[in-house]
Ligand binder design. Structure first.
Ligand code: A3P
Length: 242
């Protein structure tokens, strides 16, 4: 049995107007003093919108040729570290449909002892819509970065759904923004590694190395699809009718 159930869940609190837990704010001085270099790349997403997927794609595009050690012994979250910051570097933003994002976030909070308790689905959804989740309101996040993109040329805005629908086209757009021109073989290698099934099997990308996550409650790599909220809604309606 995983230890995630016996751990004390963190409290949510208001941090400069955004709901947060201390894991993301304890290091705030360092985050504020961080000086980005122009060739740094910031990947920005609301939680559960495809952070892991796009981090892995970009890691492979840059470092896929570096031999197997990096890929087999360094978890992805160490290769592409989290940093709560907007710097002068390139920004790759990933947005996901609010409904799928909410369902994914609900299951993530259920399985992750490092996050506050989600409660049942309707409690979670109320809190999600009220912005009472770690990293605040989905709407403010997705909208705020969209507005920034209109005035900043160093911004690339992607959608999770586009990546599912036309992966090749989205990768070509991403590479053109990053100034990369991988060969057909390199692109195929990246493609094979970043499918949902490959990443679900891969210990370096499936978060199975994180003890507070109980993958038996819900796997980190859960469904990886669009419109999964419809199943959730249908299930709820059925439950209500019974
Ligand atoms: P689901 O819970 O809907 O399955 P993040 O990395 O921002 O925490 O987002 C996690 C979500 O992205 C999970 O969604 C996960 O399954 C999905 N995801 C991760 N890698 C993926 C891939 N290669 N293809 C499709 N979805 C992926």
């Amino acid at each position: 049995r995983s230890t995630s159930h016996v751990l004390h869940r963190p409290q949510l609190f208001d941090f400069h107007g955004v709901s947060m837990t201390n894991a993301f704010t304890d290091n705030w001085d360092n985050v504020q003093n961080f000086k980005a270099r122009p060739d740094d790349i910031l990947i920005a997403t609301y939680p559960k919108a495809g952070t892991t997927w796009v981090s892995y794609i970009i890691d492979l595009l840059y470092f896929g040729h570096m031999g197997p050690d990096r890929q087999t012994s360094i978890p992805l979250y160490d290769r592409v570290p989290f940093l709560e910051l907007y710097g002068k570097s390139c920004v790759v933003y990933v947005a996901r449909n609010a409904k799928d994002n909410a369902v994914s976030y609900f299951h993530f909070e259920r399985m992750n002892g490092g996050m506050p308790e989600p409660g049942d689905w309707s409690t979670f959804l109320q809190d999600f819509m009220a912005g009472k989740k770690v990293f605040g309101s989905w709407y403010d996040h997705v909208n705020g970065w969209w507005e920034k993109k209109q005035t900043h040329s160093n911004f690339h805005y992607m959608f999770y759904e586009d990546l599912i629908e036309d992966y090749e086209k989205e990768i070509d757009r991403l590479c053109s923004f990053l100034g990369l021109s991988p060969s057909v073989e390199e692109k195929e290698r990246v493609r094979a590694s970043v499918t949902f099934d490959s990443m679900k099997q891969n210990k370096m990308t499936n978060y199975s190395t994180v003890p507070v996550m109980n993958q038996e409650v819900s796997p980190f790599m859960r469904k990886g699809t669009t419109s999964c909220w419809q199943h959730k809604t249908t299930k709820n309606i059925k439950t209500k009718k019974q």
